[in-house]
Design a protein around this ligand. Structure first.
Ligand code: CAA
Length: 391
């Protein structure tokens, strides 16, 4: 590591889908008490991709404002994290690189470890910048969460992409050493290569998450990390927003702290505002939590934020960050709120159609209908190739 060099998140931007299904609509269809969705799991609505939207179009839409603001001169690496990859071989980031007209002198790679992949990408990017502080790394986390219709996981679906520029002397958040890390071999949530929808043991996955929080925190403490009460707020991975509360309560109990619900709400509440409307965005979720906190909190200058990233299977990491003076001038709060507000509600039948749609796999020409209102679209499939274009 290069001395006291400060490295972290220099810019952050997210995008989501054209369509949205409210939990009120889902509850009216399946007869669930809406209280279970709104209060029980803490979700209001879920982003639903149009046929011509996917992890690539969302990722390019998230990254485009970053490239427009900072240029590409210093970006020599793109790390794209996803667990809903569109190809088994080619990195989705190469499509983004092409759509954004980035220079050929770039290394581009895709990373996977369930919802934890975005944090792996961030940490690897920090390592690259420490090696050469003149370089910046474009980190993208993009996912579409999809369970079978009428599965308990259905209510936790969602979709979004977060793009972050990782740089020396960052303008938003300095990421600190140490990290607390944790791995356990467990089948709580997974998606075999032949399936479009995830498999999950729902209640087991909640216990696995809590166990991982405990393990990552234990390692963080052993590595000499901050004390729990030094943190102003905590960004947790949010498969549904009530999970962040469960996780934080578990951590407090584990550290022998009293459970004070008002204090927990102050530490977590603002981090859930975007995820409650977007749903689970897997790799992007913890960083949507950060976006919501930075965009909506009063001044956080010099405050410490705790991050807990969890990916089923399972891997977790706890680390800290400090908010940088002047950060508010660099936020994208307006476009972020607009991305959520402009989604078009769909009724249950239309949602079901979109959920069940898949392109034919015969290698023929299959143009996609023009639906997205975003800047990039999936034009269709031809010869087994995905073709992307600016809209
Ligand atoms: N009013 C208010 N609250 C109500 C209610 C009502 N009418 N009815 C139920 N509730 C509450 C329940 O008490 C429960 O709250 P607590 O957990 O605090 O007790 C909550 O609503 C959910 O109720 P159930 O547990 O009965 O719901 P369920 O059996 O349908 O399953 C779930 C919920 C397990 C989260 C399911 O949605 C699921 O399988 N989701 C996908 C898996 C997942 O998100 N796992 C999280 C950890 S794994 C991870 O983080 C990785 C990842 O991204 C997938």
């Amino acid at each position: 590591m290069s001395g006291n060099l400060s490295v972290g998140i220099h810019d952050l931007s997210f995008s989501t889908t054209r369509f949205v299904l409210t939990h009120a609509t889902l509850a009216a269809h399946n007869g669930t008490d809406i209280g279970k969705y709104h209060a029980g799991i803490g979700q209001r609505s879920m982003s639903v991709p149009a046929v011509d939207e996917d992890i690539v179009t969302m990722a390019a839409a998230a990254a485009a404002p970053i490239v427009a603001r900072h240029g590409t001169d210093r970006i020599r690496t793109i790390v794209f994290a996803t667990e809903t990859s569109v190809d088994q071989a080619k990195a989705a980031g190469i499509h983004v690189h092409s759509l954004l007209g980035m220079p050929s002198a770039t290394r581009t790679v895709e990373l996977k470890q369930a919802c934890y992949g975005g944090t792996a990408a961030l940490q690897f990017a920090i390592g690259i910048v420490h090696r050469d502080p003149s370089q910046q790394v474009l980190v993208i986390a993009s996912d579409v969460s999809k369970y079978e219709l009428d599965n308990p996981g259905e209510a936790t679906q969602g979709a979004a992409a977060v793009a972050m520029l990782v740089s020396a002397d960052p303008a938003l958040v300095r990421i600190e050493e140490p990290s607390g890390v944790f791995t356990a071999d467990i089948m709580d949530f997974w998606r075999p290569n032949y399936r479009a929808t995830a498999l999950v043991d729902g209640h087991e996955s909640i216990s696995a998450y809590l166990q991982a929080v405990e393990g990552a925190w234990k390692d963080y403490a052993e590595q000499g990390g901050r004390a729990l009460d030094e943190f102003r707020a905590f960004c947790y991975h949010q498969p549904f927003t009530k999970m962040a509360y469960k996780a934080h309560r578990h951590l407090l109990q584990n550290c022998g702290h009293e459970i004070d619900e008002a204090r927990i709400a102050r530490a977590i509440g603002l981090t859930t505002t975007y995820n409650a409307e977007i749903g689970n965005s897997y790799t992007a979720s913890v960083y949507l939590g950060l976006a919501a906190l930075l965009d909506n909190a009063d001044d956080l200058t010099d405050q410490a934020i705790g991050f807990l990233s969890y990916g089923s299977g399972s891997v977790a990491e706890f680390f800290g960050g400090t908010v940088v003076p002047g950060y508010r001038a660099r936020l994208r709060s307006g476009p972020h709120r607009e991305a959520i507000a402009r989604r078009q509600p769909v009724d249950y039948d239309r949602y079901r159609e979109l959920h069940e749609y898949s392109f034919p796999v015969d290698g023929g020409d299959h143009p996609a209908p023009k639906e997205t209102t975003g800047p990039y679209r999936l034009a269709g499939l031809s010869g087994h190739k995905r073709i992307y274009e600016p809209r």
